[in-house]
Design a protein around this ligand. Structure first.
Ligand code: FAD
Length: 431
């Protein structure tokens, strides 16, 4: 059974979300600051009542299973929700599913002790605090086996030393989840562990915050961190000692596809602006929409978005089916590779069609172009995911006949004649 329809009850929820985000949440993007700054009183006053409405509709923290404090909607329904929330910078926070808190909540829920869940997960789920995921290092990003930040056991504590880079939102986080080497003697896949580090821990220092694109220093939020003798109690180890890779995979598998879901909203936004421009702007010969070069842009963009969305929804469906990100690695990698390319291409066409206005800082396209590049780097660069995809695709393929392979037409014709010989002879005899 192939069915592209949404259940009527859930569609009703989505219709409510669509209207709510457009009328109540998108305006926040234009007047409020950083959604991760929980100390911003004005933001709290405006956002709290909206969050309550989301809770009342049963849409809060929709990415988590019910036993973990969420709604248990599964990835397909989450995709349909996220492609609406992705329109707005503030919407994920209003709906309790903003990255990186969503991924941190997921691993705290899955691997945390009852005490860790009480102290860190609950306030995170309640939207009371922000968190940070501190994995990338200045000298190693795409290849985590090269990480050197180290934790050494000392009595009832672990002592962390090293540097991390691009730890987003560290400045507003109440705690950080940091991935460090705990046993350099074994294979890195079993020698690294995750720790929860409360912010403000002595020895934890933000060297500076980097921004992306042309972000001003006050909007820059990706921390270069130094850990100097940062001491955390032994009960702040998250999951098993040596299990950091497995935990990271759980987190990043979900994170990558959730980014894809939200990015669809931005692609559509750029596309809608392209359509509006095409039917509004005129030259001597008529509307831009009536020119073949514009029609090419519109048709290609629609196809790109629809193909990407189908790939993503199918991947979401596979995750729901297997309940295991590892079983869907190939498909998640494919989404990760396609996402920045489609995003970039659609935005570039729309930006170009808007002329000088499109390139100006009075339109969202420049930020979207940078965002497309972010999608090609964050959670692993495109090349790495392309390799994963290709490796998975060839993994179970048997080698062909060594001389000419299975596509060689003369060989295939000979095999076909042999297969049909008896019937061909009967047909000739009957003539
Ligand atoms: C906006 C943003 C937010 C981020 N937030 C966080 C965060 O909160 N926490 C966190 O820990 N990290 C975060 N990151 C870091 C991100 O995960 C890393 O940037 C990413 O893993 C790549 O690492 P790198 O930057 O060190 O690039 P590198 O590993 O140096 O790679 C640079 C380039 O080298 C090439 N390359 C690398 N490896 C290969 C390969 N195997 N094959 C072919 N080519 C290759 C690619 O062209 C790649 O783009 C964030 C990044 C961005 C942009």
């Amino acid at each position: 059974m192939w069915d592209f329809e949404t259940e009527p009850e859930y569609q009703e929820q989505l219709d409510w979300v669509d209207a709510f985000v457009r009328t109540e949440v998108e305006p926040l993007d234009l007047v409020l600051g950083d959604p991760y700054d929980k100390a911003d009183e004005q933001a709290r006053r405006l956002v709290r009542p909206l969050q309550q409405q989301v809770r009342d509709r049963g849409l809060w923290a929709a990415h988590l299973e019910p036993e973990l404090g969420g709604q248990g909607y599964g990835q397909v329904r989450l995709a349909l929700l996220n492609e609406l929330l992705g329109r707005s910078r503030w919407a994920p926070s209003v709906f309790g599913c903003q990255a990186p808190d969503s991924g941190n909540a997921e691993i705290l829920a899955r691997f945390g002790t009852p005490e860790q869940r009480h102290r860190y997960l609950q306030p995170l789920l309640d939207g009371e605090i922000s968190s940070c995921y501190s994995m990338t290092e200045p000298l190693a990003g795409a290849d985590p086996t090269l990480f050197t930040t180290r934790a050494v056991r000392d009595g009832d504590s672990w002592v962390i030393d090293g540097e991390k880079w691009f730890s987003s939102n560290a400045r507003h986080a109440a705690f950080l989840i940091v991935m460090v080497v705990t046993n350099p003697e074994v294979d890195p896949h079993h020698g690294m562990s995750m720790f929860i580090v409360p912010s403000g821990a002595p020895g934890l220092e933000i060297i500076r915050d980097a921004g992306i694109g042309t972000e001003s220093p006050e909007h820059s939020s990706h921390a270069y961190l130094r850990y100097t003798g940062v001491r955390v109690p032994a009960d702040h180890l998250l999951g098993e000692e040596g299990a950091a890779f497995a935990i990271a995979q759980t987190r990043l598998g979900g994170g990558r596809i959730h980014h894809g879901m939200r990015t669809i909203a931005q692609m559509r936004r750029a596309f809608d602006l392209m359509l509006e421009r095409a039917v509004s702007r005129r030259t001597r010969t008529g509307r831009l929409a009536d020119m073949q070069s514009t029609q090419d842009k519109i048709a290609e963009s629609w196809l790109d978005i629809e193909q990407f969305r189908l790939l993503l929804l199918r991947t979401a469906w596979l995750i729901d089916r297997h309940q295991d990100y590892r079983a869907v690695r190939k498909d998640i990698a494919a989404v990760k590779v396609a996402m920045p390319r489609v995003y970039h291409d659609v935005v570039q066409r729309s930006m170009h069609l808007h002329g000088a206005l499109g390139i100006s800082n009075e339109m969202p396209f420049s930020a979207m172009m940078v965002d497309a590049q972010v999608m090609a780097i964050a959670d692993g660069p495109t090349e790495v995911h392309r390799q994963t995809l290709a490796r998975q695709l060839v993994r179970d393929v048997a080698p062909g006949e060594p001389l000419f392979g299975s596509g060689h037409l003369p060989t295939r014709a000979a095999a076909a004649r042999a297969h049909l010989a008896a019937r061909l002879e009967r047909d000739v005899a009957a003539l």
